[in-house]
Design a protein around this ligand. Structure first.
Ligand SMILES: Nc1ncnc2c1ncn2[C@@H]1O[C@H](COP(=O)(O)OP(=O)(O)O)[C@@H](O)[C@H]1O
Ligand SMILES: [Mg+2]
Length: 279
């Protein structure tokens, strides 16, 4: 009887699953560099950190990793906005309140001013009275409108003589930089304490990422072998983009299963890359 896909390769799970789980996150040099700067910004209480990268560079994965680390600290209050897009200013403020778990109560219709006050009060109370560290993480930051960015700046302006009341980590695509480069965002730009561009992975990290994912999926290293040439083709075809490294890695594995071999070679990857015009 033919073995199942996972059994054939000696795996417990799909190694190239796209779920945002931190289990499959390989700490490449690029991601480590970015993470180190994020942690430094938080440690120094510097305000806003911006991480920039193309789609598929691992921004959302990195955000999950930062979340996981910060959640372990009881003294930190963490808020996450996965998608800042909002229909109105009111909806955006509601989103900010929601992300911190602030429930805005009151009689009658809630106004923008009420939402703003509740958020400010919450931040002041937690940071000053309870001495908590507040961190807001925003993914897809390029979606923010000018008005929203001004709101964010107001929050970043909250500070005592000795410290900022809230730190933020933004993850966004390149357009975010273009957006805040214009003159009207000069004040906002000055609030960016540090930024980092996530670059493509190098050849070594490309191979290591694949190896790491196989290991996490239960491979003992004997059931699957990507040749060195195959890794080179994956690196070239993916341009070092983690998302595409995973897609090509997965395609190679499927093709190898179809021909019942444990070896994934360069030709296999080349064929797969050709039949994958849209990645
Ligand atoms: N460092 C990494 N290690 C393993 N897989 C990664 C890594 N970075 C990204 N990936 C994978 O690449 C895909 C895209 O990552 P994602 O975080 O969604 O990128 P982005 O948010 O920049 O578009 C996901 O399937 C993710 O699991
Ligand atoms: Mg993302």
């Amino acid at each position: 009887m033919k073995l199942s896909y996972l059994d054939f390769f000696g795996l417990n799970e799909d190694p190239f699953q796209t779920s945002p789980s931190t289990k499959y996150f390989y700490s490449s040099q690029e991601h480590q560099e970015c993470l180190a700067r994020i942690l430094l910004t938080l440690e120094l209480n510097n305000g806003l950190f911006v991480a920039i990268g193309d789609a598929g560079t691992g921004k959302t994965s990195l955000a999950s990793l930062v979340m996981r680390d910060l959640l372990q600290d009881d003294n930190t209050i963490l808020a996450l906005i996965r998608q800042p897009r909002a229909r109105s200013e009111f909806a955006f403020l509601q989103k900010l309140n929601d992300s911190f778990g602030v429930i805005v109560s009151g009689v009658g219709r809630r106004s923008t001013l009420m939402l703003e006050n509740s958020l400010f009060n919450f931040i002041q109370e937690k940071a000053l009275e309870e001495n908590k560290r507040l961190v807001l993480i925003v993914d897809e930051a390029q979606e923010m409108t000018p008005t929203q960015l001004l709101r964010i700046r107001e929050l970043l302006n909250l500070e005592t003589e000795s410290r900022k009341l809230i730190n933020m980590i933004f993850f966004g695509q390149l357009e975010f930089l273009n957006k805040i480069r214009s003159k009207r965002f000069k004040n906002f730009r000055q609030r960016v304490a540090m930024s980092y561009v996530l670059n493509p992975l190098n050849l070594k990290d490309t191979g290591e990422l694949i190896k790491y994912r196989l290991k996490m999926a239960g491979s003992d290293g004997t059931g699957i072998s990507y040749t060195e040439d195959a890794i080179q083709v994956i690196h070239k075809e993916s341009k070092g983009l983690p998302r595409d490294i995973c897609k090509l890695g997965a395609a190679g594995l499927l093709a190898a299963f179809a021909s019942q071999t444990n070896v994934i070679d360069a030709d296999t990857i080349k064929v797969e890359a050709q039949s994958m015009p849209i990645r």
